[in-house]
Design a protein around this ligand. Structure first.
Ligand code: DGL
Length: 268
């Protein structure tokens, strides 16, 4: 079973890529919607949330933790990764592998304010691709729009446009540095035009997950997804239907207190 967490709906874009590679893998996804957006939070706060989320996934018995939150990866790059039983796949490392493979040099990264502040994308990309030039731009308006389901409206298009205008001309590629942003892909494509490649790090993340899980003992899995939120389960459910195109999924809700007890005792 694969474990993922995100602050909210961004995790769904990573699940989509995992399902393309590993359709039979069972998945547990925790959306920490009680604390979304992560991108506006202070580093200490984000590190505490990262520790709690990883520990909860470990307690849920996952075989691998496939990171679905760039902001949490950026904080881990700064503070160090908390230790976990299950191996963890870093999404920013996957972005760097994708860039390396494609041979891009002039790179834009659109990400949350906390991710840009941490500077982790720039450091990771420059060390993976010698000579790479990296421009990081914060887009704090985008996550609240996605969470509110305002994907196709004019405000979303204008917000994406404004962020893309902050990037320099002549880029080889722009990286979605937040897992919520692929939901706004049509606006990014319109704003950037056909010349600039758009990189979704989740594609490489799913490829790396498939390699990681190939080496484990074979287990019977049937592609079930367990959705858990710390926010409003009804709203989460309708967003899953909209973004994933699934029939009404089973959604569990969990409070911070119950999550903490589960983590300590191993039962809900
Ligand atoms: N989707 C997350 C990321 O990839 C966090 C977005 C947020 O809550 O600000 O960074």
């Amino acid at each position: 079973m694969i474990g993922l967490f995100d602050s909210g709906l961004g995790g769904l874009t990573v699940i989509q890529r995992i399902r393309e590679r590993l359709p039979d893998a069972d998945i547990v996804f925790f959306a920490d919607q009680a604390h979304v957006p992560y991108g506006d939070r202070a580093p200490d706060d984000l590190f505490a949330l990262l520790c709690a989320n990883l520990a909860w996934l470990d307690a849920a018995g996952v075989d691998a933790i496939v990171m679905a939150c760039n902001t949490s990866c950026a904080i881990a790059e700064r503070y160090g990764w908390p230790s976990t039983r299950a191996p963890v796949l870093d999404l920013i490392d996957s972005a760097a592998t994708a860039v390396q493979r494609a041979g891009h040099q002039r790179l834009g990264v659109v990400a949350t304010a906390a991710t840009v502040e941490a500077g982790s994308y720039g450091r990771t990309l420059r060390s993976a691709v010698p000579g790479a030039e990296v421009w990081e731009v914060a887009a704090p308006k985008l996550v609240p729009l996605v969470e509110a389901g305002r994907i196709h409206d004019d405000e979303a298009r204008k917000a994406v446009d404004a962020v893309c205008r902050e990037l320099p001309e002549g880029l080889d590629a722009v990286i979605y540095g937040c897992t919520h942003y692929p939901v706004l892909g049509e606006h990014f494509m319109d704003a950037l035009g056909g010349e600039v490649a758009l990189i979704d790090p989740a594609v490489m993340q799913a490829e790396r997950a498939a390699v990681l899980l190939r080496n484990r003992e074979p287990v019977e899995e049937s592609g079930t997804i367990r959705y858990v939120t710390s926010g409003d389960p009804a709203a989460f459910e309708s967003n899953i239907v909209r973004i994933m195109g699934e029939d009404l999924p089973q959604v569990e809700s969990i409070t911070d207190g119950r999550r903490e007890r589960w983590r300590r005792t191993g039962s809900s």
